[in-house]
Design a protein around this ligand. Structure first.
Ligand code: MFK
Length: 631
């Protein structure tokens, strides 16, 4: 390529820009380029000329990089503040979040770190050879349980002191807590899910006391729950994967026999799990309709001993190491059936909704945390003669991360709002359809965003982002699980198709109606016009796809499922950003975020359809590509 004079002059100017021509680097006995903006220049300038040289055997140099500081995560999040000011302007909620944010930066974050460096371990035998299967957790993990109770991290959702906005209050609090929680948000998600299932079954007498414990603010009474769904045959295909058998007992209870392959937060006090009730004639009901829902207490005496459970081993995981995840042999575990026989999967549907929202809170919170730390670090770290915050390219990268974090946050709050409306009996049919559709969409999309944003965030700390003892790599390892548990991206994409089909398209109708409503006010505001235009275009492309899809074979829709879910996510997130920016209390940065978000391909399913990605020939071509052979 030949450069013309103007172009090469421009490149030359770029290359020379920022070179410290009029600001010579300090030269201290062989140590050059001490960066301004750090403590080193002043110290170096004040050095005694007779002092021993830097980096001699007794000295390690004067420069130490200032580390990123975690400040009160509530006060550091203007979007959360504005969102609450708009929708939930209760002083009590602000005070609660501010005080909790203070606690997180002052003490809780350090406990979370302790959970990471002092992970749980299994003690299978006592000194005299008796099997005890004791899961030893750190004192910090136990403090997290007390904190969760006293801060009402589950209770808020059930006390409902903010009415239909109570879930927004609860999820805001979890959003602040999650990255500092040492993964205690995992047992909280399952605890919340279990409470929700029990509540939706009318709180059967057998679990009344358990329900009150799960939703208690008293650390002495508070219980956590497990959610044992995964067996060796599989995690996604629960119907085919569940081999656990439930033997009816004369008193109406059951004994469970099976092998649970992935039981997270195994130190929980109780669990909900699935099994197949053995008939009088020894028959075992097959398939999804053969699954029933059971409640079991994990620790049945004050010493916390297990009955009918053997812990095979603790899992060796990429992340979430703070939390015990075990393989369990159920060998006659006493249990109660909670719902009608064969209604197991349908009965836990509420749990899936709640835990998937928690998963998304964790995803949005991980993004928010890494952006907060990265932007703080950019004020402390200098390179090439300037602070990182003064490098436009670095700032652009942080701004792109910020846009992703904002979009995810707004969708998390939207789905939490819908859940709150449903639970307080004020949800319209449109709200209920939206909740069903947006829950898997939110979960699958925010999890992917979290991995990408946290990975990008680590890069902004340079090599330090890769160092375990900074605590930063753990953010990435923990984010990676978010797209896997509680339904993988593809399983959730298929769930989107399923709820469209089961509602005869009503969930999509609700989606189009609500998205247009969100754009309504903004369409009159000129600064938002490009974003509104892009969203209207994307919505219309989506409409065309949906209309034509009705005549397509299931195989076509299955191939389109992931792109469809991504399109639903991007368009709805865009509409929420635009709606938020159109509120009179919004800031210019809210408008900027909406405009930036809407510059991407908002409807990938349209473009991919035009590219023939869902045609009948695609699986063959995909297989040929994936299994390409050496010539
Ligand atoms: C920080 C956050 C931490 C979060 C905690 C993480 C802890 C980790 C623990 C785990 O990972 S536990 C394992 C999680 N496993 C999954 O999420 C399983 C993924 N698989 C699915 O989601 C499958 O789609 C599912 C098992 C639900 C489907 O099974 P089936 O047997 O194909 O169910 P089917 O026949 O489609 O539906 C059965 C009933 O459930 C139907 O109701 P009806 O019988 O009344 O018609 C469905 O409508 C209903 N249903 C299914 N999925 C639903 C649902 N209802 C509402 N929402 C849903 N998502």
């Amino acid at each position: 390529m030949r450069l013309n004079h103007n172009t090469s002059a421009a490149w030359l100017r770029f290359l020379l820009r920022g070179q410290p021509t009029c600001r010579p680097a300090l030269q201290v006995r062989g140590v050059s380029a001490v960066q301004p903006g750090t403590s080193a220049p002043d110290e170096a300038a004040a050095r005694d000329p007779h002092a021993p040289p830097l980096f001699s055997r007794s000295r390690t140099g004067l420069f130490f990089q200032a580390q990123p500081q975690l400040k009160n995560p509530f006060l550091e999040d203007p979007l959360l503040g504005r969102y609450l000011r708009r929708h939930l302007p209760h002083q009590a909620v602000f005070s609660d979040l501010q005080a909790f944010g203070e606690r997180i930066s002052d003490e809780v974050d350090a406990w979370g770190r302790e959970c990471e460096v002092n992970p749980p371990r299994l003690v299978p035998f006592d000194p005299w050879g008796r099997r005890v299967d004791h899961i030893v957790t750190s004192p910090a993990w136990q403090r997290m349980k007390e904190l969760s109770a006293s801060e009402g991290l589950v209770a808020i959702g059930y006390e409902r002191s903010c009415g239909e906005w109570s879930r927004v209050h609860q999820m805001s609090k979890l959003f602040l807590y999650s990255p500092s929680s040492g993964l205690f948000t995992c047992p909280l998600a399952m605890t919340d899910g279990a409470a929700k299932v029990i509540q939706s079954l009318g709180v059967p007498p057998a679990v009344d006391s358990a329900y009150r414990r799960l939703t208690s603010r008293d650390p002495e009474r508070f219980w956590t729950s497990g959610q044992w769904m995964t067996e060796r045959r599989g995690g996604s295909d629960v119907a085919a994967g569940t081999e656990t058998l439930a033997e009816p007992q004369p008193d109406g209870s059951y004994r469970l026999h099976g092998f649970k392959w992935f039981t997270s937060a195994t130190d929980a006090d109780m669990t909900l799990t699935l099994g197949r009730v053995v008939g009088r004639d020894g028959s075992i009901p097959p398939g999804s309709r053969g699954l029933s829902l059971f409640y079991a207490e994990v620790r049945r005496d004050p010493q916390g001993r297990l009955e009918g459970i053997e812990v095979q081993r603790l899992k060796d995981k990429l992340g979430t190491r703070q939390m015990p995840t075990a393989e369990l042999l159920l060998d006659g575990l006493p249990a109660h059936r909670l719902a009608e026989e064969g209604r197991g999967v349908a009965s836990i549907a509420n749990m899936l909704t709640v835990t998937r929202i928690h998963n998304s809170v964790a995803a949005a919170a991980a993004m928010r945390r890494v952006v907060q730390l990265a932007r703080d670090y950019a004020t402390r770290r200098s390179a090439f003669g300037r602070r990182l915050q003064d490098h436009p390219l670095h700032l652009q990268t942080l701004a792109r991360m910020e846009v992703e974090a904002r979009a995810a946050f707004l969708l998390v709050m939207e789905v939490s709002r819908l859940l709150g409306r449903e639970e307080t009996g004020v949800a319209s049919p449109l709200d209920r359809h939206l909740l069903r559709l947006l829950t898997p969409v939110l979960k699958l999309y925010s999890a992917k965003q979290a991995v990408a944003v946290v990975s990008e965030g680590l890069e902004s700390f340079g090599g330090q982002g890769y160092m375990e003892d900074t605590g930063l790599p753990g953010l990435l390892r923990d984010a990676q699980v978010l797209s896997i548990w509680e339904g993988t991206t593809n399983v959730l994409s298929l769930d989107v198709l399923r709820c469209v089909a089961r509602s005869s398209g009503l969930v999509l109708q609700a989606y189009f109606t609500q998205t247009q409503a969100l754009l309504g006010h903004a369409s009159r505001l000129p600064p938002l016009a490009p974003a509104v235009g892009a969203l209207e275009g994307a919505l219309s492309a989506l409409g065309v796809f949906v209309e034509e899809a009705a005549a397509r074979p299931p195989s076509y829709l299955e191939l389109a499922a992931r792109d469809l879910a991504y399109s639903l996510a991007r368009i709805y997130m865009g509409a929420l950003l635009v709606d938020h920016a159109s509120w009179e209390g919004a800031s210019p940065s809210d408008t900027y975020a909406a405009l930036r978000w809407c510059e991407q391909d908002l409807c990938p399913v349209g473009a991919r359809e035009r590219g023939g990605h869902y045609d009948a020939s695609t699986p063959t071509c995909d297989a040929a590509l994936v299994y390409d052979k050496m010539d």
